[in-house]
Design a protein around this ligand. Structure first.
Ligand SMILES: NC(=O)c1ccc[n+]([C@@H]2O[C@H](COP(=O)([O-])OP(=O)(O)OC[C@H]3O[C@@H](n4cnc5c(N)ncnc54)[C@H](OP(=O)(O)O)[C@@H]3O)[C@@H](O)[C@H]2O)c1
Length: 310
């Protein structure tokens, strides 16, 4: 597929999104301002970020196939069109950084982007070389957030990240884990080092983070970025063929993706989540979770009791 074809798809999508914006999000013609996605504050700064971001492991590791790349360009178009800013990637995710860099270099949304990647290697020089490579691949002289992926060689990488932050090469420092691994060690780093973000798994069927990490993040003033909000897609299998219960309308939820995401982002200590998808229509569903009313504590309990009973 040629660049002209990609641009044509992009223009057509913008047109569709523009129409949807008028019909679904409030129309400027009616004199009403379009509602904006919910944003939450990064506690270590005055910056607010949208609650729904985007992950890129597997979904953006697609190599050079132009047709697949064009499909991902449309996923990004929906993401930005519906108010997304935060994109999470890693050198661990194969060609994802490269593909994001390529697609974002021709995107008009570069200004609003909040780019998060990771360092995932051992050794000071190796860490520096990897982060410099990320900057080249992502086409940016400053990365908003670099996280130490799964705490690999974290004492060494933390020192470099602190220096880079002082030099203005990154704006925030983070640490990550997944599936409930290493929560004690994550808590130790949160308690003793100046991290701005912590990333971990949390979902309606994996609520372990509610015990230690989420309360600690709130207490220490650390932003939280939730990975695997769909348990890598497994949650959709659990509800396959089922209708949503009627009471979800009380918090403006219209599909299962929104049900799972609203559960996550309505936790008071969650700053944002980064669901991954390779499909524009799934992105459209998922972004809707950041709009409208959110479930309160009682409704959150009803949500997980209902889900646990399935
Ligand atoms: N240690 C770490 O630092 C760490 C670990 C894990 C993950 N992460 C980050 O967190 C991100 C999210 O985690 P994840 O990718 O593992 O899992 P996830 O976001 O929980 O699930 C992704 C899966 O859900 C499916 N999906 C998305 N929206 C859907 C919808 N509306 N309807 C049906 N299916 C839908 C996707 O398939 P389709 O493509 O078909 O939509 C994909 O297979 C990662 O991409 C990565 O950036 C970081």
């Amino acid at each position: 597929m040629s660049t002209a074809d990609i641009n044509l798809i992009r223009r057509q999508l913008m047109k569709i999104l523009g129409l949807m914006g008028a019909s679904m999000l409030g129309s400027p013609l009616s004199g009403q301002a379009a509602p904006a996605m919910l944003k939450k504050k990064i506690p270590s700064s005055d910056e607010y970020i949208p609650v729904i971001g985007m992950g890129s492991s597997r979904t953006f590791d697609v190599g050079s196939d132009e047709t697949v790349r064009a499909r991902l360009a449309s996923v990004l178009q929906v993401f930005f069109g519906r108010g997304g800013r935060v994109i999470d990637t890693s050198p661990m995710y194969g060609s994802s950084e490269q593909i994001l860099g390529d697609l974002l270099s021709v995107s008009s949304n570069k200004e609003s982007l909040f780019m998060a990647t990771k360092v995932w290697t051992e050794g000071r020089d190796e860490g520096i070389a990897q982060m410099q490579a990320s900057m080249r691949l992502l086409n940016t002289p400053v990365i908003d957030l670099i996280q130490i992926h799964n705490l690999l060689d974290w004492e060494v990488q933390m020192e470099t990240l602190s220096e880079w932050k002082q030099q203005g090469l990154i704006r925030y420092i983070g640490i990550t884990t997944h599936r409930g691994f290493n929560h004690e060690q994550i808590a130790f780093v949160m308690n003793n080092f100046p991290v701005d973000f912590v990333q971990f798994s949390y979902s309606i069927s994996n609520r372990e983070a509610e015990q230690l990490i989420l309360p600690l993040a709130a207490d220490r003033g650390i932003a939280t970025m939730v990975n695997r909000p769909f348990q890598r897609g497994d949650l959709f299998q659990r509800v396959k063929g089922r209708e949503l219960p009627a009471w979800v309308e009380d918090f403006d939820c219209s599909n299962w993706g929104q049900f799972f995401l609203k559960y996550v982002i309505s936790h008071p200590a969650v700053t944002c989540t980064i669901p991954a998808t390779s499909k524009a229509h799934h992105m459209q569903d998922n972004m809707g979770a950041g709009y409208g009313r959110m479930p309160n504590e009682q409704q959150r309990q009803k949500m997980y009791e209902y889900f646990d009973s399935l």
